[in-house]
Design a binder for this molecule. Structure first.
Ligand code: NAG
Ligand code: NAG
Ligand code: NAG
Ligand code: NAG
Ligand code: NAG
Length: 463
């Protein structure tokens, strides 16, 4: 089947009117203003339908320097193929597999890996168009002509557009200076050679099937590389601290994700502020990392059998139960199994899918009816104390519970203590995501979760 598909593609490209011509050169990584591509098979002759229904229509192609292998394409991609035919397209840069004829092939293992997209969460359909205008703007329009996205570079002397060897989509001026680049506007993925600039975010998809941005993001601040859930306030689930440097940025290189101080000497001569060691990129292959909907930052690498996750970049303490959405809201993670905290007060969202989380049977909201707390000894919470709604030091368990009941925004309080429950730390949370069964022997503290629910006729029941 793969052979038949690639064969018919080559024929449609190579045999025109009985004369063998190439509709496209092997490698066509650049374009000049003004160029327009419509999202149709006719406008983009180099198109492939993959075994899983995904569709790639290449406008630009940067072939692997080896002449074949994983390569970078810019064009229209549809990988959300729940109901064929594929109808929702992204204007994107994707890694595609090309044969030695420069044709996208490997329809089973080589499903396009979208590493940047212009219109995430706002897919376009058949007949949409992308145009590098005479004024130098890269514009995406829907089939009806509505502007969906633009690079905002009109009037900035854009003379060319190119996909670089690193997979960066760049708009260049006449002196080849970069006016705009996709590397500065990451979506959920980073390529080798790409930096996450100060304040920029990688934002995970909502789910495997939903490409909209979720609330999980990774960002670099002046003193840390951190991953958060965008709650009010944001809850931090990963933290790599380093000595403060204004404008610190992280660069993904062959073998490392390292943080640098922009004020320091060039990266080659100054040690990074912090480094996460990564598996090296094999010669001739391609790697990328993606922040995924489960909060993991996974490194993928192409091997002859296809794309494989080769490394989990964010290591959480004490284990993967500390990922914020592992068991859904109010779910409890124990040895990677999910359950609901307390059958009397919580029920599963979906009994067949325990990782979907739980809901209080009597939920409570600010300004709503009176609340009480359900106390669950032995449960812990992932959020960094520094990003809790409020942190109280050296307090008793009773004072901790009172603090939560007195603060309308408090949805739960985590009480952390040693041998003495009269002297501990209290962290108020504005929202409850996944909890974990506490492992005192590993973390060296005891932990109790106090969850706020609506007070019943017997408010003393849980408090
Ligand atoms: C810009 O880059 C292209 C491709 O590398 C090259 O052909 C061209 O000469 C460069 N132009 C200038 C002004 O450096
Ligand atoms: C996330 O969305 C992108 C499109 O932005 C899609 O190509 C990719 O397959 C999705 N990733 C996951 C892990 O679901
Ligand atoms: C996709 O996710 C977004 C954000 O989480 C949500 O608002 C939207 O309803 C989801 N779409 C579908 C089709 O589930
Ligand atoms: C990455 O670095 C290793 C070790 O220096 C080297 O063998 C490998 O070829 C490099 N990969 C690429 C794609 O350059
Ligand atoms: C947890 O609390 C118990 C007493 O309730 C105490 O004996 C134990 O040492 C505490 N564990 C840790 C790790 O502090």
């Amino acid at each position: 089947m793969a052979l038949a598909l690639s064969l018919s593609l080559s024929l449609s490209l190579l045999l025109v009117g009985g004369v063998v011509v190439r509709a496209q050169p092997f490698d066509y990584p650049t374009a000049k203003p003004s160029t327009r591509w419509a999202n149709t098979d006719a406008s983009l002759p180099h198109h492939v339908t993959y075994a899983d229904g995904s569709v790639a229509r290449a406008a630009l192609l940067r072939l692997n320097p080896a002449g074949y292998g994983p390569s970078y394409a810019f064009g229209f991609f549809c990988t959300n193929h729940q109901a064929p035919p594929c109808a929702e397209f992204l204007l994107a840069v994707a890694v595609v597999y090309c044969n030695s004829g420069g044709l996208m092939t490997s329809v089973v293992a080589g499903i396009p890996q979208v590493v940047w997209s212009a219109n995430r969460g706002q897919p376009v359909g058949e007949g949409a168009s992308a145009e590098l205008t005479a004024a130098g703007d890269l514009v995406l329009r829907s089939a009806t002509g509505a502007v969906v996205w633009s690079s905002g570079t009109a009037g900035r002397s854009v003379a060319a557009m190119a996909v670089t060897r690193d997979g960066n989509l760049v708009l260049l001026d006449a002196r080849n200076a970069t006016v705009w680049q996709s590397f500065d506007h990451p979506t959920d993925a980073l390529l080798v050679g790409q930096s996450l600039r100060a304040g920029a975010r990688l934002v995970a998809n909502s789910s495997a099937a939903n490409w909209s941005a979720s609330r999980l993001y990774l960002t670099v601040a002046d003193d840390s590389l951190s991953a958060y859930v965008d709650a009010k306030p944001p809850q931090r689930y990963y933290h790599l601290g380093f000595s403060k440097a204004a404008g610190a940025y992280a660069t993904y290189a062959n073998g490392s994700l390292a943080v640098f101080d922009p004020a320091a000497a060039p990266a080659a001569s100054t040690p990074p502020l912090a480094t996460i060691q990564l598996p090296e990129v094999g010669a001739g292959t391609v790697q990328y990392m993606r922040l995924e909907h489960d909060g993991h930052l996974r490194l993928y690498e192409w091997n002859p059998a296809g794309w494989a996750p080769v490394f989990d970049v964010l290591r959480l303490f004490p284990d993967d139960c500390a990922f914020p959405t592992v068991c859904g809201a109010y779910g409890v993670c124990t040895d990677m199994q999910c359950s609901c905290p307390d059958a009397a007060n919580f029920r599963a969202v979906d009994f067949r899918r325990p990782n979907r989380g739980c809901v209080p049977t009597a939920p409570v909201a600010c300004g709503g009816p009176p609340a009480r707390l359900v106390s669950l000894p032995g449960l812990a919470y992932f959020n960094d104390p520094a990003t809790s709604l409020k942190a109280l030091e050296r307090v008793s368990d009773a004072a901790c519970r009172k603090a939560c009941l007195d603060e309308c925004r408090c949805a739960a309080a985590q009480f952390v203590y040693g041998a003495d429950a009269g002297d501990g730390f209290c962290y108020l949370q504005s929202e409850v995501l996944s909890m974990e069964t506490s492992r005192p022997e590993v973390v060296h503290y005891n932990s109790t979760m106090h969850l706020k629910v609506r007070a019943t006729r017997r408010p003393s029941a849980g408090f």
